[in-house]
Ligand binder design. Structure first.
Ligand SMILES: [Zn+2]
Length: 179
């Protein structure tokens, strides 16, 4: 690797270590387009959520260095990734991702929707009103019970009102709302 590539490589590694996998992966892919160092193949194999791409990288490494000491570890990681891919999220239609330009089957995930947050905000306000409302010492306990009842309704409702979204099967970015 030349100095420029090495800098990009290190930057991408730092991003991957801090959990910014999709950004790191994009940089590794860019590096790979003009550089076929084995380190870059390793980096892509470990950061990609796409089992097909990981498989491709592992096979390339095996062709280059059949006895590379880290191959076994990479295979184990890959196996876990495949199992995760089949059990974690339901699979949606195949979509073109605007972020990584890959056409992969989307994953379906559940998110709290705007309506859910509004619901919670409304009940949280009611909770505060009951908590702060002027009351007599006798009535204090009842007011507190009412306050926490409304807080509970707010939380349960928020968790129930959710929407489904499509996530890119390759980089994990949100592509669109599912209907
Ligand atoms: Zn993507």
């Amino acid at each position: 690797m030349n100095d420029v590539d090495l800098n990009v490589y290190r930057h991408a590694q730092a991003l991957a270590n801090s959990g910014q996998m999709s950004l790191a992966l994009q940089m590794f892919r860019e590096l790979r387009s003009h550089n076929s160092d084995i380190e870059i193949l390793f980096a892509i194999a470990t950061t990609t959520p796409n089992p097909v791409e990981a498989r491709e990288m592992i096979d390339m490494i095996r062709n280059l260095q059949p006895y590379h000491p880290q191959l076994a570890q990479l295979e184990t990681l890959h196996k876990q990734k495949i199992q995760g891919a089949y059990t974690a999220d339901p699979i949606g239609p195949t979509l073109l991702c605007p972020y990584c330009q890959q056409r992969t089957p989307a994953r379906i995930k559940s998110r709290i929707s705007t309506g859910g947050w509004v619901w919670f905000a409304v009940f949280f306000m009611i909770f505060l009103c009951f908590l702060w409302a002027p009351t007599t010492a006798d009535n204090m306990k009842n007011m507190e019970i009412a306050a926490f009842f409304f807080l509970g309704v707010g939380i349960v409702g928020m968790l129930l009102i959710h929407k489904r979204i499509y996530i890119c099967g390759s980089c994990g970015s949100k592509i669109t709302d599912a209907h």
